[in-house]
Design a protein around this ligand. Structure first.
Ligand SMILES: [Zn+2]
Length: 390
């Protein structure tokens, strides 16, 4: 019987440091139950006793703190043309990370091998309790697989979990934009947020009422392949998904590279676009500002329908900051209902390149330490009924 152990741990994950009395007050559990649960959590190493509490009746009261360094989570945020791999603590904070250039079209074997190498490089002999992998395509979250990805050749139903079986721990697979949305909502303490990832491609993650909106097939938020509001008179531009006229075909990093090439401006990667914009190169500035408008049009209806508190942009193109933001703001304020935009903030991520890995770590730690699954972990650690067994 380990009922309520997850609830007690959840209090520590939220408040970090609590006294025994705090836990009794916050949980509403009896003193004896709380004592047992605290003993079990202490034996598992998930909480630690610390000194310096206020005293009650001459005896120092015990205070406990969540031990986020008890083990590590390995996360990798795979984008279309680059990835960030990280070692994170149990509270979802990246501790060490590296970024690598990869091409998602080379397929899962090539890309996941790069992830493997990065993990080996980052790990310093620590215990690994979970792995979280983010990918730029629709994910069947329960199965941990990519499904019908428009751009990820070879990834359809690939066994990503099996790839990381060597760690012998749960492996979570998540859409990259969803992972970012989770991290942003957590960092900003907001329950209603749209996160736009603007890199080579464009994705969005929706968190409403504090929950990710995945949709029936895990395909929710695929804003990059919705129809762009006609920009210009010509034929709709071809998209890499096979359709024409998609938002990505006007505002994605690859589309801007295409247009720069057509204008005779040299740029090979999205990072080159950012560098050009920072330098004030005219064509690049104009294209990125226009991309912002296309994005703004795409997200404006969502603002009216869902009424988010925050729209946050991340991904490499978001490093263009105001040049991209101004276009998004212009169109959202023009096209959305005033009530929906009264308290709306449209901003660039403060998490930068670790937004994805941080979100993956949060999702993975919730899976491991959340109330539904904590028993499995406590079993594995050999702690039972409030007493350490070894
Ligand atoms: Zn498309």
């Amino acid at each position: 019987m380990r009922t309520h152990i997850g609830e007690v741990l959840a209090l520590f994950r939220e408040h970090r440091e609590l006294s025994r009395t705090d836990v009794i007050d916050l949980s509403g559990l009896s003193r004896s139950t709380v004592n047992q649960r605290l003993a079990a959590l202490e034996a598992s190493g998930l909480i630690e006793q610390i000194g310096g509490g206020e005293s009650t009746g001459g005896r120092p009261s015990s205070r406990f703190v969540f031990n986020a360094d008890r083990a590590r989570l390995l996360t990798a945020d795979v984008g279309a043309t680059g990835l960030v791999a990280a070692v994170c603590d149990l509270s979802g904070t990246p501790v060490r990370w590296v970024s690598r250039r990869v091409d998602v079209w080379e397929g899962p074997d090539a890309v996941l091998s790069v992830v493997d190498d990065a993990f080996d490089e980052l790990l310093q002999g620590e215990d690994v309790w979970g792995v979280g992998i983010g990918v730029p395509g629709p994910v069947d979250f329960a199965a941990g697989e990519v499904v019908n990805p428009p751009i990820m050749t070879g990834w359809d139903r690939f066994d990503i979990r099996g790839w990381f079986a060597r760690f012998g721990v749960p492996v979570m697979v998540e859409n990259d934009a969803n992972a970012r949305a989770v991290a942003e909502a957590h960092q900003r303490h907001v329950d209603d947020l749209i996160s736009l990832k603007v890199g080579t491609g464009i994705g969005s993650g929706l968190v409403f009422n504090g929950q990710i909106i995945r949709g029936g097939e895990g395909a929710a938020g695929d804003i990059g392949h919705t129809a762009a509001v006609a920009s210009g008179d010509g034929e709709p531009l071809a998209c890499r998904c096979g359709n024409a006229g998609c938002v990505e075909a006007y505002a994605g990093g690859w589309a801007i590279l295409r247009d720069l090439a057509a204008a005779g401006v040299e740029a090979e990667h999205v990072s080159d676009v950012v560098a050009l914009v920072r330098r004030g190169e005219g064509t690049a500035v104009r294209l990125v500002r226009q991309a912002g408008r296309v994005l703004g049009d795409a997200v404006a209806d969502l603002v009216s329908i869902l009424n988010p508190r925050t729209i946050v942009l991340s991904g490499q193109l978001a490093e263009c900051e105001e040049v991209l933001l101004s276009g998004v703001r212009e169109r959202v304020y023009q096209r959305s209902q005033p009530l929906a935009t009264r308290h709306l903030s449209i901003t660039v991520s403060e998490l930068g390149e670790v937004a994805g890995v941080a979100g993956l770590a949060l999702t993975t730690s919730e899976r491991l330490l959340g109330t539904d699954d904590i028993d499995t972990l406590i079993d594995r650690l050999g702690v039972s009924d409030g007493l350490a067994t070894g």
